[in-house]
Design a protein around this ligand. Structure first.
Ligand code: OXD
Length: 305
């Protein structure tokens, strides 16, 4: 019997977890709605499905060999101090975030913030979008070109846009003829920054990315370029953005350096800024996508499943 414990959703329904139970009668799934309930039974847990895990919880889990978290980011599950338990992160976010990015690119490019204000005012302005270029005639720069960046590049490229990806170390496959993007290393960032109409940040949160999109880099963008923050908020500090907004076309922020963004942040009121609440990966199929990944993993572990 493989003992799976979950601390995922308080409203977890049988329908969410039944694909795991249906895999094999040799899998037992125990759902917890609180940390104390989990810790009280943690001795039997072999696989834990959770959003977060603190380093001192490992001591209560002698049988644990793996933690699977839906989150793409490394922020909420602490590594096992003894190095015994492996951690795997959801890898299903690419197509979800890519659709959110396309929504954001079109929203900014088509001046939808002003269009919505006009709508509220019942103001009929057919000329608002006369200056709006097509994405097909523009360049989108994606900073952070991992799985999610590549999924974004494929969708954006399908609109006909030119896509440039930036990552620490370009891979050999980046130069395949079918690659949706030209990919360059971080050392070339300053060279490609002024080429982009849209600059998309997909950076993880760590000490190397903190404040990465500095005021100088923002001012190094093309005049009227749009900046999008979809990775971790610390890579674009609010103060740097506010200092550069006159130069930019605008900013679309799904993540911010402080979350939730405080109600008194001047960003909320800025006419060039659109903000969404770190929701770019929120979608109806989120649970099902994660549970499918869990089942793929379990199918390799449990004989006869
Ligand atoms: C994640 C996120 O890490 O949504 O999955 O930010």
């Amino acid at each position: 019997m493989l003992n799976v414990h979950t601390m995922l959703w308080n409203d977890v329904e049988d329908a969410d977890l039944s694909p795991i139970r249906e895999l094999s009668g040799d899998i037992s799934v125990t759902c917890h709605s609180s940390v104390s309930s989990f810790l009280a039974q943690a001795h039997s847990a072999e696989l834990v499905l959770t959003w977060n895990f603190e380093s001192d919880w490992y001591a209560a889990c002698p049988a644990l060999s793996r933690i699977m978290t839906p989150a793409a980011g490394r922020d909420w599950v602490s590594p096992d101090p003894a190095g015994r338990v492996s951690i795997s992160h959801g890898t299903f976010h690419g197509p979800v975030l890519a659709e959110s990015l396309v929504e954001a690119l079109l929203f900014m490019n088509r001046r939808m913030k002003t269009m919505l204000a006009n709508f509220e005012e019942r103001h009929w302005d057919r000329n608002l979008q006369t200056g709006c270029p097509l994405l097909a005639d523009q360049t989108v720069l994606i900073i952070g070109y991992g799985n999610i960046g590549q999924a974004c590049a494929r969708l954006v490229h399908a609109f006909g846009a030119r896509v440039i990806g930036v990552r620490r170390t370009p891979a050999a496959s980046d130069s395949d003829p079918g690659s949706p993007a030209r990919v360059v290393g971080t050392a070339q960032l300053d060279e490609v920054l002024p080429m982009a109409d849209h600059v998309v940040l997909l950076l993880p949160g760590d000490e190397t990315t903190e404040g990465f999109m500095s005021r100088d880099r923002l001012l190094g963008c093309r005049e009227n370029a749009f900046v999008y923050s979809f990775g971790r908020g610390g890579s674009l500090r609010s103060a740097d953005l506010l200092a550069a907004l006159d130069h930019l076309g605008g900013a679309y922020l799904d993540v911010t350096d402080e979350e939730p963004l405080p109600p008194d942040s001047p960003l909320w009121q800025h006419e060039k800024v659109m903000i969404t609440p770190h929701s770019s990966c929120v979608t109806r199929s989120y649970r099902q996508r994660f549970i499918t990944e869990v089942c793929e993993h379990l199918a390799q572990l449990v004989p006869g499943s």
